[in-house]
Design a protein around this ligand. Sequence first.
Ligand SMILES: C[S@@+](CC[C@H](N)C(=O)[O-])C[C@H]1O[C@@H](n2cnc3c(N)ncnc32)[C@H](O)[C@@H]1O
Length: 417
Amino acid sequence: METVLKIEKVVHRGLGLGRLDGKVWLVPFTAPFDVVRARAKEIKKGYIEGELLSILEPSPLRVEPKCPYYGRCGGCHLQHINERSQPDVKAQIVKEAFERAGLRDVEVSEIVSQSPWHYRHRASLHCANGVTGFYEMGSHKICEVSSCKICVPKINDAIQTLKETLKDVPRADVEVSVDAKAQVFIVLRTDFPGAKKVAQTLFAKGAGRCVVIEHPSGRRTKIGNPDLCLKTWDENGTEIEVVVFPTVFFQVNMGLNRTLVETVLKMLSPYCGKTVFEGYCGAGNFTVGLAKGGAKVVGVDTARDALEGLDEALKKLGLDADLIIGDVAQVAQDFAKNRRTFDLVLLDPPRQGVHKALKDIGKFGAQRIVMVSCEVSTLARDVRFLCGFGYKVKRVVAIDMFPQTFHVETVCLLEVV
Ligand SMILES: C[S@@+](CC[C@H](N)C(=O)[O-])C[C@H]1O[C@@H](n2cnc3c(N)ncnc32)[C@H](O)[C@@H]1O
């Protein structure tokens, strides 16, 4: 089935929405005001997933995508929309996600953006039988690339060396990170017998300060110095260093991370002397500032390496926090059972969101909860759930930490009504 559609807006997953005969069509790579010819790919419950055939009348927001792999590589979804308009498109995506979750009166009070290109400090590449690149859109097929326009230049240098060095490797997943001191780290996830030799060659070629092999069993081999340096800030803007192992999570847009930290600390303020439950604290991007500002933080994360780095950084500053290695849901359940209470709650979960743990976190009696998320659909679901405990959304700030993609970092403040 083919049709002509006028695109009204861009919704979740970066898809353009058009309507025809009371039916909603979602078509990738379209922009608001485009008139397009589309073909139905799949009839879903409530909408038709379309495929773009041709653009009949281009939207004034349209630009020529800069990347030669755009449309095939799965990394970017919005390069065809000009950089000035992308933040507004994302603010709309956030608002709609809240509406779909039944929260109609939530407004995005601020959308912050910065450099739209060369901002990513970490890239996850895949390599198989001489092909190195990113996964294609919606598949595990590798789209071979020689550089990436949203990654920092040092990642692109590393891609060149990886392509030469990994050409005989049957299969490896590769993570390249560039830390706050512009040092490069490579993690090879593979189990083929010659992996160590390849890692040594990469190190000898100067591809990274450290090359780590992470075997499927969890065993690790490291060559070089694994101290990856992250930066965070306290409420006065004082910079603080946290040193972690190269496999630890960090915010890939280091340029906008300061805005993220400032936004979160401001929403939780005043926190001096207050008890804070911080779920998914990682290497302490927010924990350090909270502890430095006098909060009594309980930080929970499953990543032992991240908490070790955080513990070290706190010790250097003469600070303390209660750091628990564990699952947030399990810890929250134990705390709720023991009727433990907190003044404030901060949650920064992975894409799946917090979900089940909220039934216990909601019992902590916190006056304010700040939620941070890069996946607005699960954020909206979780916020809606918290509203059932008597919380109301007070402020939503969207930070465009992932330009050219549909992802957006959203920070949401909830208060007891
Ligand atoms: C989005 S990151 C946030 C980390 C940190 N707040 C930051 O800004 O760098 C999510 C964190 O959740 C942790 N994590 C994932 N699932 C978890 C779980 N079930 N319980 C506790 N931590 C978890 C990961 O190890 C990771 O550090």
